[in-house]
Design a protein around this ligand. Structure first.
Ligand code: TGC
Ligand code: FAD
Length: 386
């Protein structure tokens, strides 16, 4: 019996509802992403209309409760990330940043008025959000941020610069983190605020089907009501990262699966020395290795999803998941690219697109080094960052 697509019968571990969500998102990706994404990647663009289409399926902020959000399980959200990233990491990024970073920040740390104002339209995709933590000189160490906010009467005045911000130039609202005399605080900055600009970053060779921008804050005046009232330290933005990293644990396996499947079918069709390359021991070893990484990564993601649904998932466990699964996905993508020979370097096949995207995925939301140090710290009790 050949079992190329679900070798370990992991499907058996999913509920009917989880399978339905998977099939719905897979269909969406097959119809609305896969046929066009090579072109988007080439043109370095992603259509704005994708947001309302994802919103109509209930996928934006889907793991949040109330305010028009679907209130789905963490596992269902993870499965969604996997299916979206099988299309392209840029599409999963859009959903991650919207739901796990911008919406989660407002949902967890915002006032009732902020939630009422922003969450319903972010859930439908009528509005887009972004999350500005990283700066030109503060990426892995966000505590070193320079962007600052000072009080001026009832108002706040923000100055500084954020860098590498997904959705930045298309966002209607930016969640911006800044230092104040009282500690790190979060602010909601509507796009048309005077002094706020979001120039797009060009010439990326990775995550091209995704908008990446700077955020520039030049004497941006905000009312007191723009501050996230419950966010009082670095813990607030880091808690949001935890949500998005969890989605990446699943998403990376979607990208890996797409690469493995492309390599499998290519190897069965490509003839060299009078037989399909799939008939050679070397290529079968690569296929076995790739299938093992995909299945093992999916089991890990599912385990973390079940822990999260049970309220038991710890940030260090998410770090282990991101470290393991993005690393595995990159290995699969690089191997698949070689199986495709010269065809492995063109956008006619999905593999090099995924491979290049994964170079961003292994860097953002905490680099592999950062996650290794988080796990190392939890194993030894010794914090090795500083
Ligand atoms: P540290 O002293 O360890 O922690 C400060 C406070 O935060 C708490 N905390 C967390 N809470 C929830 N989840 C986590 N993962 C948390 N990690 C830490 C911690 O308990 C403490 O709380 P409290 O109450 O005691 O104050 O902070 P540190 O400055 O030593 O830094 C630790 C470190 C290096 C792990 C952290 O800074 C880090 O994670 N760095 C990586 C930065 C990062 O991942 N940036 C991502 C930016 S967003 C992005 O990339 C989006 S891409 C999205 C896309 O397109 O898909
Ligand atoms: P640095 O922190 O300068 O790290 C450089 C190298 O040093 C890395 O290899 C790192 O692992 C290593 N290093 C750092 N510290 C240590 C240490 N203590 N020990 C050993 N090695 C160390 N950020 C946002 O806020 N919002 C977004 O929406 C967002 N979207 C992004 C989209 C893309 C496409 C990309 C590429 C990035 C995005 N980021 C975003 C930024 C991302 O989170 C940062 O790039 C990431 O956190 C790493 O920061 P850095 O690039 O400044 O690298």
């Amino acid at each position: 019996m050949t079992r190329p697509h679900d070798f370990l019968d992991i499907d058996f571990l999913l509920s009917d509802e989880e399978r339905e969500i998977r099939d719905m998102v897979r269909r969406f990706v097959a119809e609305q992403v896969t046929p066009y994404v090579g072109e988007w990647f080439e043109q370095a663009t992603i259509p704005r209309e994708l947001a309302p289409a994802l919103g109509a399926l209930g996928l934006l902020g889907m793991h949040l409760e109330g305010y028009g959000c679907a209130g789905a399980s963490a596992t269902a959200y993870g499965i969604t990330c996997m299916e979206l990233e099988a299309g392209d990491s840029g599409v999963r990024s859009l959903v991650s940043v919207q739901g796990s970073l911008a919406m989660f920040a407002i949902h967890r740390w915002g006032s009732e008025e902020q939630k009422q104002e922003w969450l319903p339209k972010l859930a439908t995709g009528e509005a887009i959000g972004c999350f500005g933590l990283t700066e030109p000189d503060a990426g892995s160490d966000p505590g070193a941020m320079r962007t600052h906010a000072r009080r001026d009467g009832e108002d706040w005045i923000l100055n500084g610069q954020k860098m590498w911000i997904t959705n930045g130039s298309v966002a209607d609202v930016a969640v911006v983190w800044a230092r104040t005399d009282e500690g790190i605080r979060g602010f909601l900055v509507p796009r048309d605020t005077k002094g706020f600009t979001a120039p797009e970053i060009h010439r990326k060779l990775s995550l091209r089907a995704s908008v990446t921008s700077e955020l520039v804050l030049d004497d941006v005046r905000l009312p007191a009501a723009a501050q996230l009232p419950l966010a009082t330290s670095l813990r607030a933005p880091l808690s949001c990262l935890n949500e998005a990293r969890y989605g990446i644990v699943w998403g990376a396996i979607g990208a890996a699966r797409a690469c493995f499947e492309a390599a499998l079918s290519y190897s069965q069709e490509r003839v060299a020395f009078g037989r399909p390359i799939a008939a050679t021991q070397l290529q079968q070893a690569k296929l076995a290795e790739m299938a093992t990484e995909v299945n093992r990564g999916l089991l890990l993601a599912l385990h973390l999803g079940r822990l999260k649904d049970a309220g038991r998932l710890e940030p260090e466990q998410v770090s282990m998941g991101k470290l393991a699964n993005v690393g595995a996905a990159l290995r699969v993508a690089r191997t698949a690219r070689q199986v495709l020979g010269a065809n492995g370097i063109t956008l006619e096949y999905p593999v090099i697109r995924h491979m290049n995207n994964l170079e961003s995925v292994i860097t953002y939301e905490g680099t592999a080094d950062v996650h290794a140090l988080v796990v190392g710290g939890a194993l030894t009790g010794i914090q090795a960052f500083r």
